[in-house]
Design a protein around this ligand. Structure first.
Ligand code: ARG
Length: 471
C-alpha cells in the first residue's frame, strides 16, 4: 500500500478498504494528463519563485523520464499505489528525494484530479469530433454520387413518397453535423483550468493561475475554487452529446439492418463488415450495425450513472466523484469505436440502386403527385384524394402500379386525366419537382451539397491551441 497521507493515522488501512478506495486500476488511463498537469504546475511554481529554477528542471526531466518508462513498459503501473497521482509522485520522490517532495506544493489531489479529468475529456471531445468529420465526409461522397438514385421515403415504415439516396443520407448529415456543433460548444465552455483551486479554498501560495491555464492551452482559470474541484458538468455534457451521437448511429444502424435484410435488399454490407453463422451456411449477418445499436445502451448508462452520482453531492469535493471515471471512459471508447466502424461499414457498403428504384415504383409513392395533378386541373384536393384512393384500390386488386394503368382505365375513374399524367407521376418528376429548400429535387439537393462542401472545407479545431504533447 503506497499512500500519500499516512501521517495522522495510527493503524494501517484494512486491505478491503484499501481496495475499495483505490482508483489506480482505472485512473491510470490519464497518466499522461497527470504528468502534463504536474509539469505545468511546477513550471508556474518556479516562475513565482516558490520552487527554484533547478528544482523545476529536475522535476520536469524526471516526470518526462517516468512517462517514457511507462510508455516503453520499463515502469509498470501497479495496484501497489492508491491512484495515478500517488504513483507519479512516489516514483518522483524515489528518484529525486526531497526535490520530488516539493511537487505537490500549493496543490491538492482534488484540483489535480479535476484537471486530469478535464484534460482527458477535452482530448476525447476533439477525437470524437474528428471521427464525426470523417463520417460526414463519407456521407457527402454518397450524396454527391446519388442525387438521381431514386428510392422510397418512408413514414411508419410504409412507403410514402419517392426521394433519393442523396436526400436520405443528407438527413444523417444534418444529425452528425449537429453532433459536431455540440462538441464544439462543449469544448469552448469547458476549456478553463481548475488547477489552483486547491482542496476547495484555493491556497495561500502566490500561484499564477492564469499562467498555468495558458501553459495547458486553457482560455483561463476557473473562477470559483469550490466549483473548480467539484464541477463535472462538462463530462455530463460530453456524455449527453455522446448519447445523442449513439442515438443517431443506432437509428442509422436500424435502417442498415432493415435495408440489408433479404426482404429489402437495398444494400449489401461488405464481407469485411459482416459475420457468418456457425450453423446456417447461407447467413451473412449485419453484426456491426447490431452491435452499434446495442452499445447505445451502455453510453446512455454512463450518462445516467454520472447524473445520479452528482445529484446528491454537497460542495465541494466528495469521494463519490471518483465514480465519474469508469463508465465515462467506457462511453468514450465506445462512441469512438462505433463511429470508426460505422464509417468503414458505410464506405464499403453496396447500394442496390435498381432494387431501391423498383421499390419506389411499386409502392404507390407517386399517389400524392397523382392527386396534385387533379388539383392542378381544378379538382378540390379532398376529392382528388378520394379519386386517387379509388385508383390505388383498383391497382392493388390488379397488382399493378398507377403508371401501368391505361388512360381509359384512369378516365373511367376520373375524366380529368389526360396523356400528360404519365409524365406528371413519373418518379423523376415526383422527385425533381420538389425544389423547396431541403427537399429531394436534384437542384435543391445540389445547393445543399455545395453548402456541406463549404462547411467541411474548414475545421473549428484548426482555430484552437492546445499543447502538442497533449495529443
Ligand atoms: N481518486 C480520486 C478521484 O478520482 C482522486 C481525488 C482524491 N481526493 C481525495 N481527497 N481523496 O476522485
Amino acid at each position: 500500500m503506497a499512500q500519500l497521507w499516512g501521517g495522522r493515522f495510527t493503524k494501517e488501512t484494512d486491505q478491503l478498504v484499501y481496495n475499495f478506495n483505490a482508483s489506480i486500476s482505472f485512473d491510470q488511463k490519464f497518466y499522461k494528463q497527470d504528468i502534463l498537469g504536474s509539469k505545468a504546475h511546477v513550471t508556474m511554481l518556479a516562475k513565482q519563485g516558490i520552487l527554484t529554477e533547478q528544482e523545476m528542471k529536475d522535476i520536469v526531466a524526471c516526470l518526462d523520464e517516468i512517462q517514457a518508462e511507462v510508455e516503453s513498459g520499463k515502469l509498470e503501473i501497479t495496484d501497489k499505489y492508491e491512484d495515478i497521482h500517488s504513483f507519479v509522485e512516489a516514483n518522483l520522490i524515489d528518484r529525486l528525494g526531497d526535490t520530488g517532495k516539493k511537487l505537490h506544493t500549493g496543490r491538492s489531489r482534488n484540483d489535480q484530479v479535476a484537471l486530469d479529468m478535464r484534460l482527458y475529456t477535452r482530448l476525447e471531445v476533439l477525437h470524437t469530433d474528428a471521427l464525426l468529420k470523417e463520417l460526414l465526409e463519407a456521407l457527402l461522397q454518397i450524396m454527391e454520387e446519388n442525387t438521381e438514385t431514386i428510392m422510397p421515403g418512408f413514414t411508419h415504415l410504409q412507403k410514402a413518397q419517392p426521394i433519393t439516396l442523396a436526400h436520405h443520407m443528407g438527413a444523417y448529415f444534418e444529425m452528425f453535423k449537429r453532433d459536431r456543433q455540440r462538441l464544439e460548444d462543449i469544448f469552448h465552455r469547458m476549456n478553463y483550468c481548475p488547477l489552483g483551486s486547491g482542496a476547495l479554498a484555493g491556497t495561500t501560495y502566490p500561484l499564477d493561475r492564469d499562467y498555468t491555464a495558458e501553459l495547458l492551452g486553457f482560455y483561463g482559470p476557473t473562477l470559483n475554487s469550490m466549483d473548480g474541484v467539484s464541477d463535472r458538468d462538462y463530462l455530463i455534457e460530453f456524455l449527453s452529446a455522446a448519447a445523442t451521437i449513439m442515438m443517431h448511429l443506432s437509428r442509422f444502424s436500424e435502417e442498415v439492418i432493415i435495408w440489408n435484410s433479404n426482404e429489402y435488399q437495398f444494400v449489401e454490407i461488405d464481407d469485411a463488415y459482416s459475420t457468418g453463422s456457425s450453423i446456417m451456411p447461407q447467413k451473412k449477418n449485419p453484426d456491426i450495425a447490431e452491435l452499434v445499436r446495442g452499445k447505445t445502451g451502455r453510453v446512455y448508462g454512463a450518462l445516467m450513472s454520472l447524473l445520479t452520482t452528482m445529484k446528491g453531492i454537497p460542495l465541494a469535493y466528495n469521494k463519490d466523484m471518483q465514480e465519474d471515471k469508469e463508465f465515462s471512459f467506457d462511453a468514450m471508447d465506445t462512441v469512438k469505436g462505433c463511429l470508426a466502424l460505422f464509417t468503414g461499414m458505410l464506405r464499403t457498403m453496396k447500394f442496390n440502386k435498381d432494387v431501391m428504384r423498383k421499390s419506389a415504383n411499386n409502392g404507390f409513392t407517386n399517389a400524392t403527385d397523382a392527386a396534385d395533378y387533379l388539383v392542378n386541373h381544378g379538382v378540390p384536393f379532398r376529392d382528388a384524394h378520394g379519386i386517387v384512393g379509388q385508383i390505388v384500390l383498383y391497382c392493388i386488386e390488379k397488382n399493378i402500379a398507377i403508371d401501368d394503368m391505361s388512360l381509359e382505365e384512369l378516365k373511367a375513374i376520373s375524366p380529368v386525366f389526360e396523356e400528360d399524367i404519365y409524365d406528371a407521376i413519373s418518379m423523376e418528376t415526383c422527385v425533381n419537382k420538389r425544389l423547396t429548400v431541403g427537399a429531394p429535387g436534384k437542384e435543391a439537393m445540389e445547393k445543399v451539397i455545395a453548402l456541406h462542401k463549404e462547411y467541411l472545407s474548414s475545421d473549428w479545431q484548426d482555430e484552437i491551441a492546445i499543447p502538442q504533447e497533449e495529443k
